[in-house]
Design a protein around this ligand. Structure first.
Ligand code: PHE
Ligand code: NA
Length: 495
């Protein structure tokens, strides 16, 4: 039987978990979401979601992976055989995220190059959407493959392949030990530069000025819960897989807190870095802030490039730093999401890592070519929406319901407390049993209802069915099929 791999050091595990959590979402999703959902007031639902769902669930997932020493399907099957399909559902969601997420890493790689000569010129918007992406007329109107995006995609997959092929300790741990400290240093430099620009304060005011009326809006709470799950990489098999490689004596509770708080601290820092620079630009250009700041993709690839173009000194440097930050943050997350699927396949097939990594990277890499076509942005938009709003919401919800209600959750508590400095107690169980299921249940059902009422984002129904609902259908059906097929090595289930 294959011996399970292990992290080399505690810091190595924490860096890998933090590396998974800190991702593109922290840089292009968190700041805009905060701005749009009530500024400083958004931090109330955000921290509420963090305390009642984020931290309890990350501790639960660390505990599950550590106690049962398996990828999500294996750990859940060991908890109770009937739970295995949920693990596969999470693996499928992870896979679908992987194939579009890598596209944004590829774009960031291209933009590192463009930063040297500020290739976007004075119209970063037209450059990005028309010239760079060559955005087509619809989700199935591919308009040919862009060779520069293809090259960047191949590079991103090669890095993934090398890291994953080298294993948990020599690959994933080592990569994160390099990526994460460098990433934090780069974001700090950008934040300091941003804060020393005149006008930075106005950007921060936009980011943090509280609009308390917003927190009465249920949509803001939905957004906060969704963001917490995505940002902490919980509900989709990653943290269970990573913690399955922990040594027997590992402080679960402490590691959970460090990962969650490290991730949220980084989000605040990234928000400050991006908004101070964009705020400064709004001021010097005399344009209203609402006009210069744009959502997600646009924030990173349009607003930020435009802002640094106006910088008095060394704009190229800040372009390179910013896009390299996206590359490092994105790669460390992308590696984790692939490992979630790879570890599951290794467990199920009792197959060696090298074989699984090779086949996996080829298959996922081929599908991700969609991101190199003129329809890539539509693919990203629709798959992202369905995997997050429906996929992660329901996977997270089903996970807490199964574990808190159909499993003796106290057995996990009794497993983690003796090995942890801080103890989890009644509040932890209460969050898992009551608060999270109620709020997340509401979130998941209202998301589902929204998508049933009208096709997402005004896309034609065919696009939403082929790229959105089909992803959900494959996840459910695939989960059942894999659950029904046996384990190559049944001993794994008993040890
Ligand atoms: N936590 C990641 C982020 O904020 C989310 C993620 C992890 C997405 C891994 C994909 C893969 O970006
Ligand atoms: Na994150």
């Amino acid at each position: 039987m294959l011996e399970r791999e292990q992290w080399g050091t505690r810091a190595g595990f924490v860096l890998a978990a933090v590396g998974s959590a800190i991702g593109l979402g922290n840089i292009w999703r968190f700041p805009y979401m905060t701005y749009e959902n009530g500024g400083g007031a958004f931090l109330i639902p955000y921290f509420f979601a963090l305390l009642t769902a984020g931290i309890p669930l990350i501790i639960l997932e660390f505990g599950l992976g550590h106690k049962f020493r398996g990828s999500a399907p294996l750990a859940l099957a060991k908890a109770r055989p009937g739970f295995e399909w949920l693990g596969w559902g999470q693996v499928f969601i992870a896979f679908f995220i992987s194939v579009y997420y890598v596209g944004v890493v590829a774009w960031s790689l291209n933009y590192v190059g463009y930063s040297f000569n500020m290739a976007w010129g004075d119209d970063a918007n037209a450059f990005f959407f028309e010239k760079y992406l060559g955005l087509s007329g619809g989700a199935f109107d591919f308009g040919g493959i862009k060779t520069y995006i293809l090259a960047a995609l191949v590079l991103a997959w090669i890095i993934n392949f090398v890291v994953l092929y080298s294993g948990v300790k020599k690959g994933i741990e080592l990569a994160n030990k390099i990526f994460i400290p460098v990433l934090i240093a780069m974001i700090l430099i950008i934040a300091v530069r941003g804060l020393t620009l005149p006008g930075a304060v106005s950007g921060l005011n936009y980011l943090f000025q509280p609009d308390f009326s917003k927190i009465l809006d249920y949509k803001v709470w939905v957004a906060a819960y969704g963001q917490i799950f995505f940002t902490l990489s919980i509900g989709f098999a990653i943290m269970i897989a990573y913690s399955s490689y922990l040594p027997k004596k590992s402080d679960i509770v402490n590691n959970g807190f460090i990962t969650a708080l490290g991730n949220c601290g980084f989000s605040l820092l990234a928000g400050i870095a991006v908004f101070s620079i964009v705020g400064w630009m709004a001021q010097i250009s005399g344009k209203p802030f609402e006009e210069v700041v744009t959502a997600s993709v646009g924030l990173a690839f349009v607003a930020f490039p435009t802002a640094i173009s106006n910088m008095p000194t060394a704009p190229q440097l800040f372009g390179v730093l910013f896009f390299l930050s996206l590359v490092f943050a994105g790669l460390s997350s992308h590696i984790s999401i692939n490992e979630a699927a790879i570890s599951a396949l290794m467990d199920k097939l009792n197959a060696p890592r090298k074989k699984v990594v090779t086949v996996y990277c080829l298959v996922a890499g081929l599908i991700s070519l969609y991101m190199a076509t003129g329809a890539g942005l539509y693919f990203l938009d629709i798959v992202d929406h369905f995997t997050n709003q429906i996929g992660i919401a329901f996977c997270g919800l089903i996970e807490v319901i199964l574990i808190a209600w159909f499993f003796n959750v106290n057995s996990i508590k009794e497993h983690i407390n003796p090995i942890s400095d801080f103890q989890v107690g009644g509040w932890w169980v209460f969050c898992l049993k009551f608060i999270t299921p109620v709020v997340l249940g509401y979130v998941a059902l209202s998301n589902l209802w929204g998508d049933l009422k009208a096709p997402y984002g005004g896309y034609p129904l065919s696009a939403v069915v082929m790229l959105g609902w089909s992803v959900i259908a494959i996840t459910i059906v695939g989960g059942y099929i894999l659950r029904a097929s046996g384990w190559r090595n049944r001993e794994l289930l008993n040890d």
